[in-house]
Design a protein around this ligand. Structure first.
Ligand code: ATP
Ligand code: MG
Length: 175
């Protein structure tokens, strides 16, 4: 019988108060760009996308990821942008703290070391706020949102007709 597989990715998940603020920002941008507003509880920043992983490889993946040691960091979400190629309206930072791409690189390296795919496109940190969005005429002006990042998570994505449903499977603290 075929082994069950899970669609997995690693991400940073904002606290409810920050997610609420980002969701409000998405609502403001939506007036100009239209598209589909991401649900508040699904807002995240993807560090690495793995895709389908057989159930049997989960323990090894958890062990490998659990060995990563990385520092806490503060990020300033101070930018909004629109990508024409995938019609995404996103929030991000003008100057990402070096610890952020370093964490993504460490994760991708460790995942690759056990033979799973975790490359994806080059790491461009962003949080998707709207999908199927038109290029904006004018983006909302907003005060930078500070994000103190203290952990990262392994998430399972279940694709449903209503959009992806995300289930956290494990979390690791940053030191
Ligand atoms: P949907 O696919 O229903 O639009 P989604 O893209 O949020 O929703 P997933 O496709 O499961 O859900 O993706 C989970 C996360 O991984 C998202 O942040 C997505 O942008 C990112 N992701 C998906 N596929 C890739 C990929 N091939 N390379 C890099 N990141 C990816
Ligand atoms: Mg997708």
């Amino acid at each position: 019988m075929a082994e069950e597989s899970r669609r997995l990715f690693l991400a940073l998940w904002p606290e409810p108060a920050l997610a609420e603020r980002l969701h409000q920002l998405a609502g403001e941008a939506h007036r100009d760009c239209g598209g589909r507003i991401m649900r508040r509880e699904t807002l995240h920043l993807t560090l690495a996308f793995i895709g389908a992983v057989g159930e049997g490889r989960l323990p090894e993946l958890l062990e490998t990821l659990g060995r990563i040691r990385a520092p806490r960091f503060r990020m300033q979400l101070d930018a909004l942008g629109h990508w024409a190629h995938n019609h995404i309206l996103w929030a991000g930072c003008t100057h990402a703290p070096p610890a952020l791409p370093q964490l993504a690189a460490d994760i991708r390296r460790e995942v690759a070391a056990i033979g799973l795919p975790a490359s994806g496109p080059a790491f461009v940190p962003h949080m998707t706020l709207l999908r199927k969005a038109h290029a904006p005429c004018e983006l909302p002006v907003f005060d930078a949102l500070a994000w103190d990042v203290a952990e990262w998570v392994l998430v399972e994505s279940r694709l449903t007709p209503q959009g992806a449903d995300y289930q956290p499977l494990a979390a690791w603290a940053l030191g």
